[in-house]
Design a protein around this ligand. Structure first.
Ligand code: MG
Ligand code: MG
Length: 252
């Protein structure tokens, strides 16, 4: 596979810090607005209003025709859930918020999964381990490592917990485009992938299922759900590789 990786200069990374900071601040506010009785469209509206207030542009709205600013994926929805005024959030839900902006010509992209009230212990564990998968993966985003070291870190922890790793979707390079090379898989496929160098900026995003790794896309053409109806969790950060190691640009 031919890959074309755009290395970012320190100046570009500085600009990307700005875009990513906006993403992090908005996700934090969204998390605080997630509650029993809100609709997923309500949360999308908050995301869009905050983005415009910060003079940024929602990255996902209109992306390949996606109709909203926020991807909001509840319970068995894995990613790319479309906000709807008919979808009421309720206690016991887990809610995946995936959000990006474009600011000063550069993208930032981040995601988190939030629980509403009490959730079953096995679901709580899924959410916690998925977040841990992300941080284990980020630790591997070091100059001299390979992209597959990131993938392997996710896979090790997910496999140790007998979770299903979503294979159809993956992380990605990010910069002037939302999705750039290299792809960042959450499992090791074949070969080591590209060698990681300072100037890589990666959106690392494990998508982990409680049950089967199999997923399907609903008739809306976007919403990805688990094939067995069991819950799925998703966490993502935009990470710059510096000579000193990884820097999480979307850190809250
Ligand atoms: Mg994302
Ligand atoms: Mg992403």
């Amino acid at each position: 596979m031919f890959t074309m990786i755009h290395l970012k200069s320190p100046k570009e990374i500085e600009t990307m810090r700005g875009a990513s900071k906006i993403v992090a601040e908005i996700l934090l506010e969204l998390r605080e607005n997630i509650h029993d009785g809100a609709t997923t469209a309500d949360i999308d509206k908050i995301a869009e209003d905050l983005t415009l207030k910060k003079k940024a542009k929602p990255a996902f709205k209109g992306y390949r025709g996606f109709p909203a600013s926020l991807c909001i994926s509840v319970n068995d929805q894995v990613v790319h859930g479309i906000p709807s005024p008919k979808r009421l959030l309720k206690k016991g839900d887990i809610v995946g918020l995936d959000f990006g902006v474009i600011y000063d010509g550069y993208y930032g992209d981040s995601a988190m999964t939030v629980a509403i009230g009490e959730i079953p212990p096995e679901v709580e564990r899924l959410v916690k381990i998925t977040e841990q998968c992300l941080y284990r993966a980020i630790e591997q985003a070091l100059p001299g490592n390979f992209i597959s070291d990131i993938s392997a870190a996710v896979q090790r922890l997910a496999d140790a917990n007998n979770y299903g790793i979503v294979r159809e979707f993956c992380g990605h390079g990010i910069g002037r485009s939302l999705h750039e090379d290299p792809p960042v898989l959450n499992y090791v496929q074949n070969g080591k992938g590209p060698k990681i160098r300072p100037g890589f900026v990666l959106a690392i995003e494990p998508m982990i299922n409680l049950g089967t790794d199999k997923v399907k896309v609903l008739e809306d053409g976007w919403t990805v759900v688990t094939a067995d109806g069991k819950p799925s969790a998703h966490f993502e950060h935009t990470v710059a590789v510096t000579p000193n190691g990884p820097e999480i640009l979307t850190k809250i």
